[in-house]
Design a binder for this molecule. Structure first.
Ligand SMILES: [Zn+2]
Ligand SMILES: [Zn+2]
Ligand SMILES: [Zn+2]
Length: 314
C-alpha cells in the first residue's frame, strides 16, 4: 500500500468523495477520488501499463511505417528545391518519414537510414527499446523522467511542437494489428468479463491484463505472477469478437453455457440473426448467429446489475 496518488491526475471510475454533488447524473462526475500510485512508481497501474506497452510497440510501428514508405523510395521528393513535378512521381508521404524520425528520436536512436528495410528496422528499434525497458522502473519513479517520457510517448500533441509524432499519435494514425484477446475470467475489481490479454510485443515484455470496463490493469510479473495463473486468453482476438458465430460455438468461445445464451435471446437482451437453410429434401431449417461482442456486452450488463443489487442490499 502507498498513499501516493497518480501524478497524471487519474481518478477512480465511479468512486466519489462524500462532498461530490455531481455523481448521480449520467453526464456528471465519473469519479473524483484519485487513483493510488503503483508501488515504486509515481503513476498508477493503468498509466504504468499504457506507457510501457506503447514503448514496447515502437519496433512494430517503425517496421510498419518502413514497409509503407520503403516500397517506393524513402527519398524526400518534397524537399528537393524546384524539384520534379510532384504529380508525376509516386508521393512518399513526408508525414510517415517524419513519424519515423520522431519515434527514432524518442527511443534514443538516430534516424533510420533510407537503406534499412523493415526487418532490420525492427531489430534495430527492438535493441533500443530493450535499453529503455531495463530502466523503466527508474523512469516511472522520477518526476522529470516520467513527465518527459509520457509527453513524448503518450501525448496527442506536444504544446511546444505540435507536429511531433509521439508513439501513440503514430499508432492511432497508422494502426497496427490489435493482438488483444478477451480473457476467460472476470475482472478482480469490477467483476465483469471484460479483461483483455495483450501478448508480449517485445522480447523483454510481460503479458498484460487490462479491464476495459474499469481501470484495473496488471501484468504477468505483478503479484508473483498470479495473474498469469488466473487469466487465459479466449481463442479470438478483440477484432474477431465482431464476428458472428452459431449459438453453440458462441457459448463455447465466450465460456458461457448454452442455456444462458438461449435465456438472453428469449428475454430479448440478445438478438440473433436467423438464416434459413434449405436441405436437399427441400425442407428448410433455421440457423441462428450472434456476434461475440454482443454476447460479451450482455454478460457485462448482467454482471454490472448483479453488482448493483448486492451493493444496495449491504
Ligand atoms: Zn465525483
Ligand atoms: Zn494514472
Ligand atoms: Zn474491471
Amino acid at each position: 500500500m502507498t498513499d501516493r496518488t497518480c501524478i497524471l491526475g487519474c481518478t477512480r471510475r465511479g468512486r466519489h468523495y462524500a462532498a461530490c454533488a455531481d455523481y448521480s447524473r449520467d453526464d456528471g462526475c465519473q469519479g473524483c477520488v484519485p487513483t493510488e500510485a503503483r508501488e515504486g512508481a509515481l503513476i498508477c497501474h493503468r498509466c504504468y501499463g499504457r506507457l510501457r506497452r506503447t514503448i514496447e510497440q515502437a519496433p512494430e510501428i517503425i517496421a510498419h511505417l518502413r514497409e509503407l514508405t520503403h516500397t517506393v523510395s524513402a527519398k524526400r521528393y518534397d524537399s528537393i528545391p524546384g524539384g520534379r513535378d510532384r504529380s508525376t512521381i509516386a508521393p512518399v508521404s513526408a508525414e510517415k518519414l517524419d513519424a519515423i524520425r520522431d519515434i527514432m528520436t524518442t527511443v534514443c536512436l538516430g534516424d533510420l537510414s533510407a537503406y534499412t528495410d523493415s526487418t532490420k528496422a525492427r531489430h534495430q528499434v527492438t535493441a533500443g527499446v530493450a535499453a529503455i525497458l531495463s530502466a523503466y522502473d527508474d523512469i516511472v519513479n522520477d518526476l522529470d523522467a516520467v513527465t518527459q517520457w509520457w509527453a513524448a510517448v503518450m501525448a496527442h500533441r506536444l504544446p511546444h511542437d505540435e507536429q511531433f509524432w509521439t508513439i501513440s499519435r503514430a499508432a492511432a494514425r497508422w494502426p497496427i494489428q490489435d493482438r488483444r484477446r478477451y480473457a476467460n475470467a472476470p475482472c478482480p475489481e469490477c467483476d465483469t468479463k471484460t479483461v483483455t490479454v495483450t501478448p508480449p510485443s517485445h522480447p523483454d515484455s510481460p503479458t498484460w491484463y487490462a479491464c476495459t470496463e474499469c481501470d484495473w490493469e496488471r501484468n504477468d510479473r505483478d503479484n508473483d505472477g498470479q495473474w498469469g495463473r488466473i487469466f487465459h486468453p479466449l481463442d479470438f482476438t478483440v477484432e474477431e469478437s465482431q464476428d458472428e458465430l452459431e449459438l453453440t460455438d458462441a457459448g463455447r468461445r465466450v465460456g458461457l453455457s448454452q442455456p444462458t445464451i438461449r435465456r438472453w435471446l428469449r428475454d430479448g437482451q440478445l438478438t440473433a440473426r436467423a438464416e434459413e437453410i434449405e436441405r436437399d429434401t427441400g425442407k428448410t431449417y433455421t440457423r441462428r448467429f450472434v456476434r461475440i461482442a454482443d454476447v460479451i456486452d450482455v454478460d457485462r450488463t448482467v454482471r454490472r446489475n448483479r453488482g448493483k443489487r448486492t451493493r444496495e442490499r449491504t
